[in-house]
Design a protein around this ligand. Sequence first.
Ligand code: HDE
Length: 693
Amino acid sequence: MHDMDPRNPGNGGETHQVADADHPVLTTNHGMPIADNQNQLKAGARGPVLLEDEVYREKMNHFDHERIPERIVHARGTAAHGYFECTDSLSDITRAELFQKKGQRTEVFVRFSTVAGGAGSVDTPRDVRGFAVKFYTREGNWDLVGNNIPVFFIQDAIKFPDLIHAAKMEADRGYPQAATAHDTFWDFISLMPESTHMILWAMSDRTLPKSFATMEGFGIHTFRFVSAEGKSTFVKFHWKPKAGLASSIWDETVKTAGADPDYQRRDLFERIGRGDYPEWELGVQLFDEEFAASQPYDVLDATKIIPEEVLPVRIVGKMVLDRYPDNYFAETEQVAFCPSHMVPGIDHSNDPLLQGRLFSYQDTQIKRLGSTNWHQIPVNQAKGRAGGCPFHNFQRDGHMQMQVPKGRANYEPNSLHLAGEEGGPREDPKAGFVTFPAEEQGPKLRIRPESFADHYSQARMFWRSMDPAEQAHIASAFVFELSKVSLEHIRRQVMANLRNVDEALATRVADGLAMDLPDAAPAAAPILDMAPSPALRIIRGPLEKHTLEGRTVGILFADGSDAGELETLRRGVKAAGGHPLLIAPKVGQVPLSDGSTVKADAQLFGQPSVTVDACAVILSAEAAAKLTKEGAAVQWVMDAFGHLKAIGHNPAAQPLLDKAGVEPDAGVVALDGFVEAAKRRYWDREPKVRTLA
Ligand code: HDE
């Protein structure tokens, strides 16, 4: 006889965990209780395994199919639940239900993403960020699938597969992952002058957001609002972060990728966990045909913005993200956005990029989620209507149909109700979605309108709108990216385009690459000197915020640190809305000057200063002497200084600062001035710590 005692070492050792009052019985997917989850069924204790073992086969079979295709773009992402609140009624402009009443709330699910890297890449490459919002309105789901940059690389969706092929890892070698600094990307860009405006944004600090909570979002395209009377108003959507705009420094972002590849998703998770709920205002730019016709560009061209100084952004709502998903796969991976998902009162424009997107997303979801029934997955379900099923129609069957429709009515018109049977749903001519009846006529043409021909004026405007520190970052980013381009002629072609943007920019980049400037590329339309738009700045711009709210302050301390100083600083940071993070060479209990101990939140090696927003150093003289010989401590301070962060310190920590090459300036302060100093970066320090183009 075999010993069936589950605790018998020969039967799976000590690993058996048996059901009890707190733990339900483990079952197969078909509900059969499982007696042993440690061993396959075998012919004899040391014999071969048996095919009849359903417990094993079902488990492994399900596991083998756990992955679904990752998104072709925006594969790496994270998401959160929250709500949108209307703060200014737009009932005269749109009949969209969510904008009718001040104070009205609508549930949302928001997914942030990088574009180029695969699902397993890092959070902080130089890349555009996706900013996709699903509004669960009472009249259906509205998906506003935007980015953190208000323009795009191309004007016509037919070029999207080319753009993405060129941007992702090169086809033969399978690298680089999540990086645009390579031949094929710049080859494509160099040959597509329409991408020039976007590429200036891409080389700016906009593609290095410090946190998802500190970036803007944009719907990019021109959309339409339609009022209850059927009047159309053009609209562009803007999300403005309450936490202010904040970006990383290139060197910081590169190091963050190594220190914490999950930096931005962790940040989102932790902000929500702490109650520092990320929040944005929703703004709209509203205009009519007459305004559109008066602008020196086409409002249907997604490579153009309408400067806020020309057409102010009206704030109409706020969005708060206050709940992390319960399950990454079920929600964040399976959420499916479609720009074609509109609700009554919101409609498309003729932007050929938007029009192309209306097809692509629905198509890709069927591939990715495997069935046309993906609208039944909980995170994708419309849930606005109170009670019962939120969608009613005669679409039936298909893979993974989860519903059990009753009766015979799977078509209409039908008259089954006359015989007392269920007749099914009916049209609602009043409340239903009506496409705005725009007049359209013209020959069928595969052509770009002439009004799309100016590829340089807004790129020039963007460059000229930047703060000098931002211009230096942009020029340096071009130098870095082009230095990774191995084919000389591609570099020259990029430079030929840049000459049309601004001679000073072209000269700085050429100088950084030690190359001669080629002739300017021919421009398809006259290049205009548009007025700069200061609203486009991050640094010293309208949304740069000097604050500790939502930000993390790293406090480096060690054995013997002054207990009073530590506590005062910790309280000060908290009182200013910041999040203090105690970092020590050892992560357990650290003995302090007064004999008490305090537990560090993180260990020095695991929490380099790139992961925090401002840095304080509180050390005893002995610890400071010791840490001057500890590379990680020296680097911690050196990076804080190099990344233009505030450094607060007690006098005993000075030797460590000296070793790290910290020079005195407005951001290097004694502890009592630190909380105030920690609210910002010190851009004036930058020329002292690195050579920029
Ligand atoms: Fe997308 N895009 N895109 N895109 N996009 C996708 O849909 C596409 C564009 C954006 O978190 C895909 O579900 C085409 C602009 C975001 O799940 C795909 C074109 C903007 C996300 C697709 C564009 C975006 C996507 C891949 C050119 C900003 C992630 C997986 C016409 C306004 C959504 C998926 C999420 C995802 C197609 C251009 C934003 C293949 C054809 C412009 C935020 O359908």
